[in-house]
Design a binder for this molecule. Structure first.
Ligand SMILES: NC(=O)C1=CN([C@@H]2O[C@H](COP(=O)(O)OP(=O)(O)OC[C@H]3O[C@@H](n4cnc5c(N)ncnc54)[C@H](OP(=O)(O)O)[C@@H]3O)[C@@H](O)[C@H]2O)C=CC1
Ligand SMILES: CC(C)CCC[C@@H](C)[C@H]1CC=C2C3=C(CC[C@@]21C)[C@@]1(C)CC[C@H](O)C(C)(C)[C@@H]1CC3
Length: 415
């Protein structure tokens, strides 16, 4: 994506090409290392899997069936239809709000399946071919999206991802909101198949642990519980995703397709994968401290996100009407008190605190379960910088004033 100066992000075509190799390679490295004895994040993988360990037609069938199920649930009547942000042509797209409903139906279907003998505990053994099938699907899907964008009108293209370099544009994504009729591919992928697959993989790892050791460990319960809360929260507040930069600014290409369909389910479940092969003792006092850390993180994350969403929907809402604001030339205001007066991205801070709570149940003997925290810090620091650029462009002097009033970006007095 072109920055305001016209330069390309992610290191341009070379950076994009490198990321398209490095990201899947990292995911397979993590999957292999999590099940190896030493579980060394920075060491070489224990072995290099041959084609027979990666390719399985059954895994591909499962991935496609899962996508089909989630697509069918997306098409069910929704409790609400929300409007997205205004587009370049002044129109607004409409989106079904039924993600939480899809989670409930999926849970019921999985529950029924398991009680009817569905071997969910076989999933941990299939993670490698499933991840390969999901990567392949994301690649083919991105190719189709790229081709679809060739016939899309200019008004449908994203601000970035249209540099003319096919590798770069394939990675970033050319079309902003690719759709067939009312089916919005990016919105569908962002929240549903990947997030729910993440929870399902976690559950399969918990069941496998119960089978191997008699019952799931406390650490496994915590990781499952925290991450289920995170996913359920995202689906409950589904409408809020319509204002994220992924939906309003970024095209839909390999980065998001791979991120949503492969990276999220297979790397975000890393802690549960680690725990299955490396059981960790966890006492009640430490578990309580970890629960408290997760609760604090969630409180900050939810408080900040909800405060901004409420304010953006209706600045006179009594819950936000008393907050101090800065006017901007666009007519929109910026909050300078409440959560958004503490740091410029309080929601990132809450998310990072939760990320820490998800790793702590895995103990401190290995770096591997902390991969998510490290990756997520890098992702959010980079995302924060991109958002600052976009806000500076949108709000100009008012944004500079906000930065003066709220000098720290994510962590008070540190960054
Ligand atoms: N688990 C994961 O892998 C990931 C999780 N996330 C999470 O997703 C959530 C959404 O993040 P993201 O989409 O990056 O961005 P934000 O929700 O932080 O939104 C940024 C936008 O908020 C508005 N804004 C910024 N400052 C203010 C202010 N002071 N007052 C009012 N509005 C303001 C601006 O948009 P405008 O003015 O146009 O409204 C800005 O562009 C976060 O909680 C993040 O942690 C994000 C990435 C990955
Ligand atoms: C593959 C690369 C390393 C980068 C891929 C990034 C994606 C994995 C993330 C980009 C933004 C995301 C969001 C969520 C999940 C991860 C991705 C897709 C999110 C759905 C998680 C749940 C949150 O509550 C949210 C606020 C809804 C998140 C929105 C952004």
């Amino acid at each position: 994506m072109a920055s305001p100066q016209g330069s390309l992000e992610f290191g341009g075509p070379l950076g994009a090409a490198a990321l398209m190799l490095v990201l899947p390679a990292t995911m397979f490295h993590l999957l292999l290392v999590a099940r190896s004895g030493p579980a060394r994040l920075l060491g070489p993988p224990p072995y290099l899997p041959g084609p027979e360990a990666l390719w399985s037609p059954r895994a591909l069938q499962l991935v496609l069936a899962w996508l089909g199920l989630q697509a069918a649930l997306y098409l069910l009547p929704a409790r609400k239809v929300a409007e997205g942000q205004e587009l370049k042509n002044k129109s607004r797209l409409r989106y079904p709000i039924n993600g939480f409903q899809a989670l409930v139906v999926t849970t019921l279907l999985v529950g029924l399946g398991v009680s009817a003998g569905l071997p969910l505990d076989a999933l941990p053994e299939m993670l490698l071919p499933l991840a390969f099938a999901a990567t392949l699907t994301a690649f083919v899907f991105s190719l189709l999206l790229y081709l679809k964008a060739l016939v899309a009108p200019a008004s449908a293209l994203a601000p970035g991802g249209n540099s003319g370099n096919p590798i770069y544009d394939f990675f970033l994504g050319r079309e902003l909101n690719p759709r067939i009729s009312s089916f919005d591919f990016k919105y569908f992928c962002e929240l549903r198949p990947g997030l729910m697959a993440w929870v399902l993989i976690n559950l399969a790892l918990l069941l496998k642990e119960a089978e191997l050791r008699g019952s799931p460990s406390l650490a496994m319960w915590l990781v499952n519980g925290f991450q289920l809360l995170y996913v359920a929260d995202a689906l409950w507040h589904e409408e809020a995703v319509l204002t994220t930069m992924d939906i309003t600014h970024d095209g839909f290409g390999f980065m998001l397709a791979f991120g949503d369909l492969a990276w999220v389910p297979f790397t975000y479940s890393l802690q549960a994968q680690f725990l299955l092969y490396h059981p960790q003792p966890l006492g009640l006092p430490m578990a309580s401290v970890i629960c408290l850390i997760n609760a604090i993180g969630y409180y900050v994350f939810r408080g900040a996100n909800s405060q901004k969403n409420t304010f953006r929907k209706n600045p006179s809402d009594p819950r936000v009407a008393d907050l101090e604001t800065i006017p901007t030339a666009t007519g929109r205001q910026l909050l300078v008190s409440g959560w958004w007066g503490m740091v410029r991205h309080p929601n990132y801070l809450g998310d990072l605190i939760m990320a820490l709570a998800w790793s702590l149940p895995c103990g401190v003997s290995h770096l591997l379960p902390y991969f998510y925290l490290l990756y997520f810090t890098a992702l959010l620091v980079h995302r924060e910088a991109r958002d600052e650029q976009q806000c500076l462009q949108k709000y100009g002097l008012a944004w500079r004033e906000y930065c003066k009033r709220v000098p720290y970006r994510i962590l008070p007095y540190v960054y």
